[in-house]
Design a protein around this ligand. Structure first.
Ligand SMILES: *Cc1c(COP(=O)(O)O)cnc(C)c1O
Length: 477
């Protein structure tokens, strides 16, 4: 071992160990040849030394050789590498969850990416009317497309669906009551809860019915002078089964009409195409909800729509006009990249067949298991031999999920590559893949690590194989 101890004596006292920690300047001398920003080098050195000090002061057993030069340099290199690695990175999604909120939800097709790149590097007519030469509205850039595709009279787009709901409630119901079924008080991903959004908007929640059953008479009985809105919320991520009943949108719309009250639906995912073609249960599409006569409907841009993060608000000209004028709108507004991406996505929807093949979220939903199986077989061909003896590799049947809170109980039949490691525990494999140069995220099922190939793109297969070689320390393929 080349690290020389300064304190050779054993057992070392805490004091001796502390003295054996090199000084910052000495350490910097060891690494002065390394090419990296000085601030990262200094920070890494300080962190390594502080960590050693802490361990010693914490009384954990430490031998002088733990403070050897090579040992410390290895720790330094790991920390420096960490600092030089971007925090925001791409990962390979082997979970089979298509709209994975933690992994970035929907992927944009090249058509949309080109739009983003263009407006990012050039000036644009973001808020400039090229016909009149006067100030324009950023919402106008997508409003006609939204109306065309959904049948709504008017529409606008904000930061996300949570913002859309907040803005709509703030505009329509501040200081007054909103009637909602007890079965629809959803929480999405921990931070969006209907009762809390309602409170923030200054509207008062008037819950009606029971968790499993709400009737039209419950809504009707709760209507008072104070009522401003009837709200229906899509129970995106859960399902109430058994003895249940919900009031349909047409009945709610009719009730609203009779009492002169607007009706709003938070559709959550919001699809523009009928998803039953993918073997999934029929869900009302945005155009169907608009057609049912709802006054306002909100949905996400990056769930089933397959676009960038955004919140779509569609409705009557009168109500959308009021929402546009709400000063809160300015704080929730959509940025130019999102608008560029969204416009490109909406243009793809103008030809439904094109949308189904070009928009990754929809294309992934539509993939046949046999096609996914061929992709899985390609990975197995690349890695099978090289991993022999280290890991069992096989193509197995699996079930993908739509994700994004949509259709929580429905499976899409898929194919996965199952890895059964021999030289390490399956939990260690999961961790190593997650921490690899290109992080890979899969799932453990029945002691096997599964990579559902539905959400792994064809052009990611070689990179995925390389990560597996890296993790199993196979020199080359
Ligand atoms: C997902 C969802 C939201 C939140 O939408 P974001 O775009 O994530 O802000 C709100 N309501 C429902 C019913 C949802 O499913």
């Amino acid at each position: 071992m080349s690290g020389e101890d300064k304190t050779a004596a054993h057992p070392s006292s805490m004091h001796e160990l502390l003295r054996a920690i090199p000084k910052v300047d000495e350490f910097l001398g060891w690494v002065e040849q390394i090419k990296a920003p000085v601030r990262f080098i200094k920070a890494a050195v300080r962190e390594v030394l502080a960590a050693e000090r802490e361990i010693i002061l914490g009384g954990q057993s430490r031998r002088p050789e733990d403070l050897g030069r090579d040992v410390l340099l290895a720790k330094f290199s790991a920390r420096l590498k960490d600092k030089l690695t971007p925090n925001f990175r791409t990962v390979i999604n082997g979970t089979g969850v298509i709209i994975h909120t933690n992994l970035g939800r929907s992927l944009l097709p090249p058509e949309a990416m080109q739009g983003l790149v263009k407006v990012g590097s050039r000036y644009s007519n973001l808020e400039f009317d090229l016909t009149t030469g006067k100030r324009g509205s950023r919402y106008a850039l997508v409003e006609d497309l939204l109306c065309e595709l959904t049948g709504a009279e008017a529409g606008l787009v904000v930061n996300n669906n949570a913002a859309a709901v907040l803005l709509a409630l703030d505009t329509l119901a501040k200081g007054r009551e909103v009637i909602v079924s007890r079965g629809q008080l959803v929480e999405i991903g921990g931070s969006f809860r209907i009762p809390e959004v309602m409170e923030k908007s200054g509207a008062y929640l008037r819950e009606v019915g029971a968790t499993n059953r709400t009737h039209l008479r419950d809504y009707e009985g709760a209507i008072t002078e104070q009522t401003s809105l009837l709200l229906k919320v899509h129970t995106s991520n859960y399902r109430i089964i058994g003895f249940t009943s919900e009031v349909g949108l047409p009945e709610l719309v009719e009730l609203g009409r009779r009492h002169g009250l607007p009706v709003m639906e938070d559709l959550g995912s919001g699809s523009l195409v009928d998803l039953s073609r993918f073997g999934l249960e029929k869900e009302p599409t945005v155009p169907e909800v608009v057609k049912a006569g709802v006054d306002v409907v909100t949905c996400s841009g990056d769930k089933l729509l397959g676009g960038p993060q955004a919140g779509l608000i569609l409705g009557t000209r009168e109500i959308i006009g009021r929402i546009k004028k709400n000063p809160l709108n300015r704080a929730l507004r959509i940025d130019k990249f999102t608008l560029a991406g969204l416009e490109a996505i909406l243009r793809l929807y103008c030809d439904e067949e094109k949308a189904l093949s070009a928009i990754p979220t929809l294309a992934m939903m539509g993939m046949a298991p046999e096609v996914i199986g061929r992709r899985a077989a390609r990975l197995v061909r690349r890695i099978g031999k090289a991993l022999a003896g280290r890991c069992g590799v096989a193509v197995v049947a699996a079930a993908s999920r739509v994700g994004g809170g949509a259709m929580p109980e429905q499976d899409l039949p898929s194919r996965a590559v199952a890895l059964r490691p021999v030289i390490m525990k399956v939990t260690d494999l999961e961790k190593k893949l997650r921490e690899a140069s290109t992080p890979v995220i899969g799932r453990i099922e029945n002691e096997a690590y599964l990579l559902d190939m539905r959400t792994v793109a064809d052009d990611e297969v070689p990179a995925l194989a390389d990560v597996l070689f890296e993790v199993f320390e196979v020199a080359n393929r």
